[in-house]
Design a protein around this ligand. Structure first.
Ligand code: GTP
Ligand code: MG
Length: 288
């Protein structure tokens, strides 16, 4: 059987998390139109009769500006170390040269596949130009052009990956799809809704941590904390008369219920922790 780690790298917003979800056939990673959505390595294990692929979605590659960024880039580095195959994702409307520079800087020693994404947003001609641009470089085994929003590309991506995947034994049991906890995914879904509902710095100054997860007979009771830097940000998240946090609670609960396939009672609290993004202890507490 073919088996190995297939890790997805690229600049913020290239569509890495969307691609993970497409390949898994399940929403494991949160997605947003804003950059720097993903903060952790997210593993998705896909097991079929003759292969097991362990995918990893990673944070978009950036120049770190604060400690949280450093932790995010450590997750990228770890994923570089254990990859058997690398998927190098390019958003077709992104700066190709900047993508190219980043791919070179990764100094990959494993087979890599350039995946040009979001081709649904451009003309055929533009796609061909992008393919020729990357063809003129020489660090990849193959180039494919896809739309991670379109299920019909899934087979092509998988087929290309399998060409380069080594033979070996399974790493995980068939029924495992990830190595992260349910609490982690619940916190991520709340964070996704924060990306949807709030603008500017708010999503970037926010962390979410699930403090309580209790399965009762008819529903799951979840208590989560939303951490922000400043009182003013807390006020924005609460909104006038608690309007915003109520909206956040409702949309997040619906999404969590879909994920857990169970009724959920969700309680949200907002806490101010000045400069948590620079604080080693706090970062650790939030799972970094
Ligand atoms: N039109 C179009 N949009 C896409 C495609 N793939 C992803 N997107 C959108 O691009 C945005 C970013 O997608 P993500 O999957 O969050 O990107 P990412 O690379 O994981 O971003 P970070 O986690 O911030 O590094 C979202 O709004 C997606 O819906 C695609 O093939 N076509
Ligand atoms: Mg992402």
């Amino acid at each position: 059987m073919k088996t190995g780690f297939v890790n997805i790298f690229g600049r913020p917003n290239a569509g890495k998390s969307t691609l993970l979800n497409l390949l898994m056939g399940e929403k494991l990673a949160i997605v947003s139109p804003k950059v720097q959505t993903t903060r952790n390595r997210i593993k998705g294990i896909l097991t079929e009769k003759d292969y097991q692929v362990i995918f990893s979605d990673t944070p978009g590659i950036i120049e770190p500006k604060y400690k949280l960024h450093e932790k995010m880039m450590q997750a990228v580095k770890k994923s570089l170390e254990d990859a058997d195959v690398a998927l190098l994702l390019v958003g077709i409307r992104d700066d190709w040269n900047a993508c190219h520079e980043i791919f070179l800087s990764l100094k990959l020693k494993v087979p890599s596949i350039v995946v040009i994404n979001k081709i649904d947003t451009v003309s055929q001609k533009k796609t061909e130009e992008a393919i020729s641009f990357f063809e003129s470089k020489n660090y990849y085994k193959k180039i494919i052009a896809i739309s991670a929003l379109t299920i019909s590309y899934k087979a092509e991506v998988l087929k290309t990956i399998l060409e380069f995947l080594p033979e070996g034994e399974k790493f995980y049991e068939e029924d495992e799809i990830t190595d992260l906890s349910t609490k982690f995914f619940v916190a991520e879904l709340i964070r996704e809704k924060i990306f949807d509902l709030f603008e500017q710095e708010i999503p970037y100054h926010t962390a979410v941590i699930v403090q309580e997860f209790k399965e009762k007979s008819t529903l799951i009771k979840i208590r989560a904390e939303i951490i922000v830097h400043r009182e003013t940000q807390k006020a924005i998240i609460l909104g006038e008369g608690g309007k915003m946090i109520k909206k956040l609670g409702t949309t997040a609960r619906e999404e969590i219920e879909k994920f857990l396939q169970q009724k959920v009672f969700l309680e949200l609290f907002v806490k101010v922790k000045p400069n948590w993004r620079e604080n080693e202890l706090q970062l650790r507490e939030y799972g970094f």
